[in-house]
Structures are given as structure tokens and as C-alpha cells.
Design a binder for this molecule. Structure first.
Ligand code: IMP
Length: 195
């Protein structure tokens, strides 16, 4: 039996990415209705992922999945954090702002965090999973792959920025990849009759 899972995003790119992670999971993914808008009012990744999944599930009457992610820079007290997407009007502005705020600071530790949440049709959250990827913020962008802050996020273990990694390698080491890897076994054992 194919089970329907509504993705709490309006972004077709995110749908494709989730489809790659959840291929062979037995769930069929579908974008949320366009007119259904959910504001990210939470002040943590967990709160935002849960509120998106829960509201989309209740509004559509289906199971729903949502993720929330962002970059936390230690020397900036965790900024931009949940405001990563709202830190500027474009990726270039967001990167420029982050590099400006960090300046010549030598302490450049940072982490990407991703939380994925799944809600059943009545809105109750039944699964949550978190993935973290540790790295450092470079002084200047490097690499052409990816999106967002990828060109300035350096992963010492691989000696590459996210933007220098192939999509396959990034999936293997990234916060999102880890969050989905944690989620898959839990999803497989989920009892779906109890909505
Ligand atoms: P959201 O999870 O769609 O709310 O987006 C969070 C924001 O964090 C994105 O718009 C990016 O700016 C940033 N972000 C999240 N994950 C990544 C990543 O893998 N690479 C680069 N930037 C990311």
C-alpha cells in the first residue's frame, strides 16, 4: 500500500530532495497546497519543523513531513540560526553579511542543524529527527555546487566546503542527510493506522 505524505513546503526543490532521501520508503510525497501558508514563528528548529508538519497535516487531513534548518556560528552566539533564510535578500547578501559580522575573528566554528518532523493527520507529532554537521566559516567563498551558505561552510573532515562537494557527498555528510538517515528506520516501523 502506498502511503501519502504531504511535504510542508512550497519549494519543489525541497520536494525533490526529500524524494531522494525517502526513495523506497513506501511513502508517496506530495507538495502542500499553494494557498496554505505557514509562518515560521518558532524560535527553535524543533518548534518550526513541528509547527509546519502539524499545521499542514491538520489542514490537509493527511500525514505530513517538514524540515527546518539553518547555520549556527559560535562566535555570533548561534546566529543566524532560525533566521538563516531571513538574514538577507539573497544568498550573496546573506554570505556577505555573515562574513562582515564575523570579521577577522579567528574562532570560526559553526554547525548546520536540520530537524525533520512527521505529523499524523490529527496534527500530533509522531517522529522527530535531528542532524548536525560541524564545520568552520571560511574568510571567502569557495566552490560552485549547492545553495545558501555552502561556499563559506568548510568541513575539515573532508577538507572541502559544502559547495565543493558533489551532491552525493554532501548528502552523506550534511545535517539534512544525517537527519533523514536517523529518520528512515523510525519511519519504517511507524504504525500508520493510529491517526
Ligand atoms: P529552511 O530550512 O527552508 O527554513 O531554510 C533555512 C536556511 O538555512 C536556508 O535558506 C539556507 O540559507 C540555510 N541552509 C539550510 N541548509 C543549508 C545547506 O545545506 N546549505 C546552505 N545553506 C543552508
Amino acid at each position: 500500500m502506498t502511503k501519502l505524505l504531504v511535504v510542508a513546503t512550497g519549494n519543489p526543490g525541497k520536494l525533490l530532495e526529500m524524494q531522494a532521501y525517502l526513495a523506497n520508503s513506501g511513502w508517496e510525497l506530495r507538495l502542500k497546497p499553494e494557498e496554505l501558508e505557514i509562518e515560521e514563528t518558532g524560535d527553535t528548529f524543533v518548534a518550526n519543523a513541528c509547527l509546519k508538519a502539524s499545521q499542514v497535516a491538520k489542514a490537509t487531513g493527511n500525514w505530513a513531513i517538514a524540515d527546518d534548518s539553518g547555520l549556527q556560528v559560535d562566535a555570533l552566539n548561534g546566529a543566524p540560526g532560525v533566521y538563516s533564510a531571513r538574514y538577507g535578500n539573497s544568498d550573496a547578501f546573506r554570505i556577505a553579511r555573515l562574513l562582515r559580522e564575523l570579521g577577522e575573528q579567528s574562532q570560526r566554528q559553526a554547525q548546520f542543524v536540520c530537524v525533520v518532523a512527521i505529523a499524523r493527520p490529527d496534527g500530533a507529532i509522531v517522529l522527530q529527527s535531528e542532524g548536525i554537521c560541524q564545520g568552520e566559516i571560511l574568510y571567502a567563498p569557495r566552490g560552485n555546487y549547492g545553495f545558501g551558505y555552502d561556499p563559506i561552510f568548510y568541513v575539515p573532515e573532508k577538507q572541502m566546503t559544502f559547495a565543493e562537494m558533489t551532491p552525493e557527498l554532501k548528502r552523506a555528510v550534511s545535517h539534512r542527510g544525517k537527519a533523514f538517515a536517523n529518520l528512515l528506520p523510525k519511519l519504517a516501523s511507524l504504525e500508520i493506522t493510529d491517526s
